[in-house]
Design a protein around this ligand. Sequence first.
Ligand code: HAM
Length: 424
Amino acid sequence: MSRPASASGSVSNGKPSVPRAPKGTDDVLPPASERWRTLLRAFEDLAGRFGYGLVMTPLFELTELFARGVGEETEVVEKQMYTFEDKAGRSLTLRPEATASVVRAYLAAGLQGVFKGYYTGPMFRYEQPQSGRRRQFHQVGVEYLAETSPDADVEVIELGHRLLSDVGITDARVRLNSIGDAADRAGYRDTLAAFLTERLDALSEDARRRVATNPLRVLDSKADSGVVAGAPAPLDHLGPAADAHFEAVRRGLERRGIPFEITPTLVRGLDYYNRTVFEYVSASWDAAQDALGGGGRYDPLAGILGGPEVPGVGLAMGVDRIVAAMPELPAAGLDVFVAVADPGRRPEALGLLASLRQTGISADADLGGRSLKAQFRLAGRRGARVVAVVGEEWAQGEVTVKDMAGGDEQRVRIEEVPGWATHR
Ligand code: HAM
């Protein structure tokens, strides 16, 4: 994967140019990162309120975990994994998703019983990069393990919906489907394969290959949507248990007031799912009907990984896409910029800065000894609401505060600065 620097960098005037970020990756810098912070905070807050605890798993795993967990036949495993050998010859893969890792971690720790974990972080898939389709992208997600109740599915779906509305995406809709249990799918697979076999000529090359190996995957092939529109749906082949489960999920969502639409062709790109599958879409993110997030129930996964039966349901939301779809935020800005009018008072100014920060106020200062005019310019650029000027009035226990929006300026007692700053 890695190439020698000389192959990717160029040399001009004998000086090597700064290497570019790898294709399909992004740098996120302030002020644009403010939206990321808003989203990550909203997610952590929500996950905490819903009773999920933080889970951290490695960014790379043994390749086998994803090959078995996500499924050999999936596009992710077939085409998109960043796989490499370490120095001891182990095959490792940068995680393309985190569900398999969380289940592995639960099993490895010997945990039993209900477990609710959330995670945030980068995932890696070798995709053709475009807007919202990155090679390194970020997810926030939750996994609810060892709970078979359809109310767990409802809770997870609700959490994703709440997250979107908390960051201002209020029109999100849930696309919902059930793909049944393995036994239901066996019969359905044959019916679908027979339907597709009759129409082989009209299918894409990928789809033709999948008819024999994994016909369900043809259902969400964009290239084959014409044929798929008339195909039999998994929903019509649910066994009684999966059918009752789906009914309970629908009722639960209705009770919670979460808008959803049943989407019979929704099958999702990962092989571990059974029963409930869902995705979130919004008019604010319409790129080729790509989802802002998705998930589902994956009762077979722990068994596939060699563990005992541990049912599970979870979701992952695409941070890059949600951030792009979020409405404009008011600029974050600083509460206070501490400026120094009298260079002799610098230590006192830095003391004031420290005490403001300690009281929970966001505050900054120029540490480079710039002129007062330059300090005001800097305060403006940093979006400071108030500038506190430390000058000769310090001797009387006072500073001059200036409201940057209204322009009014007055002398206040040093200890009153926090109150003054936070009531602007
Ligand atoms: P997924 O549908 O593969 O599911 O990914 C979830 C979300 O991650 C997608 O809806 C999308 O927003 C975002 N995403 C995926 N690939 C990219 C990409 N290349 N660039 C930008 N964003 C992307 C999973 O990963 C499952 N682990 C979800 C889950 C959790 N199921 C159960 N528990």
